[in-house]
Design a protein around this ligand. Sequence first.
Ligand SMILES: Cc1ncc(COP(=O)(O)O)c(C=O)c1O
Length: 418
Amino acid sequence: MHTLEPAQTLPSTRLVPESAARPGDDPIFALNAEAKRRAATGESILNSTLGALMTDEGPLAVMPSVFEAYSRVSPERAAAYAPISGDRVFLDAVVDDLFGKGGLAAHAVAAATPGGTGACHHAIVNFLEPGQKLLTASYYWGPYGILADHTRRGIDTFRMFADDGAFDSAALEEAVDRQIEEQGRVLLFLNTPCHNPTGYSLHDDDWERIVPTLARAGERAPVALLLDLAYAKFADPGSARWPHHVEQLLGKVTLLFAWTASKAFAQYGARVGALVAVEPDADERERIKNAIGYSCRGTWSNCNHLGMLAVTELLTDPELRARCDSERAELRHLLDQRVRAFNELAPKAGLSYPRYEGGFFVAVFTPDPAKTCEAMRERGVFVVPLPGAVRVAVCSTRVDQMPRMIEALEAGVRAAGG
Ligand SMILES: Cc1ncc(COP(=O)(O)O)c(C=O)c1O
């Protein structure tokens, strides 16, 4: 038994050491708070930090059909526990939403998760051993790193863009090989279409290089590919052919999909999502299903039942689904106008950024992101610093604000020596 000697003093915290120095507020939320504070004093502020689609009038964009779906769920069903891995009809509806009648659906198993975040969590704890690292692009959604760290795994990256601005599939191949050497397995996270934070979407030519790399890797080691589809419903048609490409990896690597209602149904707070795994071997598929169900029990037990039932209704009732699709099309139109405005003005201002065809965010490269952000904040414009770039939340920047945004970006990059 551990007891302290009388002369020993108690530590200054009762937290275990690894928890004692955690950072406080998420940096994006801290920036958002400063923007709101300054706006409250009457200053004209352009806040492009948070990743939610805002209407031109200001508030969060919502979809009325979603609230009708909520109202259709009986209190008794909503109040009851959901099954640990989620309702069967919900999971089937998600698989259908992802693959339709395509070949992948026949080999899919799934578990409900609180948003795409929960899906990422379950992929990490089931496809990496403690101490191993997930692989993703050098620009990545920060919580990947937190999820990995919190589950005692780590993160490893490959250079996302080559010097000519193209997706660096050679760097990906090198990193996959290195990981096989170093840890004997690979869990690769690719967030496409509409990558957060860069806006980049993989096209056919990118996939045509990625697929053979992963197929070869799958012959040498256990490889799992997680496609993070958080923004998939906002994709340009040119990047919507991912099912055709990943299908070629069936049975060669484990195919995982992080599905979420957060952006697709403008239900960020509902925490409705799923991890879908596609595996042709029936025994392995059963093992995966059991493993991810066990992870549900071992973390959040089960998910928000009201949200899950409402989303099921939205996905399965043809009339409601049609209405929901047309409401989403309006939101897409709103976003696409902003994307177009950005693409029209940014090149004229000499800004350097990846191919951007749709989605909530775009990253603008700068030699000193902190200096760029500071110069922009002086102009009342808030964006998020990343290593080597700043992230602009186009989803919360109106078309008529775009000239101010571009002007501030230009001044910010110039202030950083770019
Ligand atoms: C890249 C990416 N993946 C996953 C998510 C997951 O979000 P949620 O857990 O709300 O579904 C987000 C949300 O911002 C995201 O940007």
